[in-house]
Design a protein around this ligand. Sequence first.
Ligand code: GLY
Length: 401
Amino acid sequence: MKYRQIMKKMAALGLGLTMAASLHAQDLALTKEFVNQNMHDAIAQYKTLTARVPAGVLPRTINKANDSLITAKSNSWISGFYPGTLLYLYEYSQDADLLKEAENRLQLLEKEKNNKGTHDLGFMLYCSFGNALRLTDNKRYQDILLTGAESLASRFNPTVGCIRSWDHNGDKWKFPVIIDNMMNLEFLNWASRVSGNPKYVDISKIHANTTLKNHFRPDNSSYHVIDYDPATGAVRNKHTHQGADHESAWARGQAWGLYGYTLMYRDIKDKAYLNQARKIAAFILDHPNLPEDGIPYWDYSVSGPDVPRDASAAAITASALLELSGMVKGKESKRYLQAAEHMLTSLSSPAYKAPIGTNGGFLLMHSTGHLPGNSEIDVPLSYADYYYVEALIRYNHLLNR
Ligand code: GLY
């Protein structure tokens, strides 16, 4: 498919970057050479990863003690990122081997369209099948996605006004909703556009509005988990699961919120969503604990030379800021663009980007999955790679306008 056709299709799918009317070529500090070099390196690195991944599973991270690959089954929240990254790399290169490997792994994921036990179907299905549909126009992928959207919608409780995130931790929480759940809403928005059924986008808007009301503190940082009473809709607890403490700002959670409200404004055009995205961006970019290189510590409440960073939070934030920069004007637009460029430059430096053939085949080093659970600390993570490559693709679109 030609570049212009892909862009048209992206707009239809809502997968695209809002055209940054306020940005001009001279505003862009990163070059085509920068993007080309990093995309070529990413393709070479992912070919080493592909050679290592056993059949029937998806790569998640590595065990740093012996460099062995840690994989996940299709029902893991991370299952869509590996095929999704391969599809972005295919989009850039048109390398048919990348598409073939992605489509092989999609076969594993198809059964998750019937999974009603998780809110993560947006990550699992839209990052994978959504990109596959956009790039191949295979209508079978559309059917799989629409079934998946119905499964996701089944988790909506109208009394609470939210999609339930997790079914586990039933002893601790009754109806947990995590900020990450904002990321699944573009899948529902898409489902309404394609099916003509407003049910999905209605759920998406109600979920975003309830989250806007209950998830944020006066400083515009976000709680991780809000626990609701499913019978009355009352807030029972404001907690964390992966952050430093209940009142802290878990770095990836802030990134999910920023990305989530940015995509909601792109799809729905309600200024309340744009304003929330701007407030979250200000919280992140003005934070005294944001390190010089723009790569956050794993939680904004902590800092110091030995505190682990979270490159995944930086990659998600950079991708969201590139989109947000196209929704506002003047100095504010440039601020978001420059912050994203700074993060992308750091992530692409030897401090974060692994030499080809190392890091188990993953692109980025130094992400943190779940520090309080003593799990995945200072490691590569498949979703860090996905949002890093997505940000490079988005930047490439800006350069090619
Ligand atoms: N959605 C799970 C995480 O960000 O770790």
